[in-house]
Design a protein around this ligand. Structure first.
Ligand code: SF4
Length: 229
């Protein structure tokens, strides 16, 4: 559940209690701390997004329409990391909304999650012109934003999508075909590299190994995938 959904839920509940004539509410300290903690993380994430929106640290700011900081749950089990926004993402300011994003949504749902229960972002927060591959110095310049997000989100597992994301986050120089399915680590967090959904759209045969990677992640999280519909 995203922070905004939590806020809406709490507001609805407070209105319901008011309608019922309840004027005083004793929330447990634990519940309050939980809400405060999530609020703090959401506020920090918004501050990072605001900094990104004004960032001019690399030339990619010149042609962007919108920055794409990433979005989702503030305390996720899983953080998905792609390489950079594409045309749809640049227009909407939201990560993974094009055709590849729709496949990512199906992958997330096959794992038993919703998009709102995970966090989705990229190494780069601005679109490279013509969707070209991000340059190493662009990734190095932008990476501190993702690192700051990871420090706040504290995901249990990071899934990198495609070779470029693995290179940007892990400095992995191996091709994705050899890299995928092998556990790695980023600052103490388990990382599973797998194929990028855009690659899966073009290569049907890669879907099976990608699903094996996602199942491996579920195993590490102590979960089983829901029955397929
Ligand atoms: S890609 Fe990253 S470093 Fe470059 S301008 Fe955008 S936010 Fe700043």
């Amino acid at each position: 559940m995203s922070f905004d959904e939590i806020v809406e839920d709490v507001q609805r509940y407070v209105e319901y209690l008011r309608d019922e004539g309840v004027t005083r509410l004793n929330m447990s300290r634990q519940v309050l701390e939980h809400v405060e903690n999530e609020q703090d993380i959401a506020l920090e994430l918004r501050a990072i997004a605001a900094t990104i929106a004004n960032c001019r640290k690399c030339p990619l700011h010149e042609k962007r329409t919108k920055t794409v900081p990433g979005q989702g749950c503030v305390k996720p089990d899983i953080l998905f990391v792609g390489e950079a926004p594409g045309a749809d993402e640049d227009q909407q300011g939201v990560a993974f909304v094009g055709a590849a994003g729709q496949l990512l949504t199906r992958m997330i749902e096959a794992m038993g999650y919703t998009r709102e229960q995970v966090f989705i972002g990229n190494i780069l927060k601005c679109r490279p012109p013509g969707n070209r591959t991000p340059l190493p110095d662009e990734m190095e310049t932008c990476l501190p934003y993702l690192k700051a997000q990871i420090a706040l989100l504290k995901p249990k597992v990071i899934i990198t999508l495609g070779a470029v994301a693995a290179r940007g986050l892990l400095n992995a120089q191996t091709g994705i075909t050899r890299l995928r399915g092998r556990w790695m680590a980023f600052e103490g967090i388990d990382v599973m590299p797998t194929f990028h959904p855009a690659y899966l759209l073009r290569n049907e045969s890669a879907k099976r190994p990608a699903w094996i990677d996602l199942q491996e992640v579920l195993k590490r999280l102590g979960k089983t995938p829901p029955p397929r519909k």
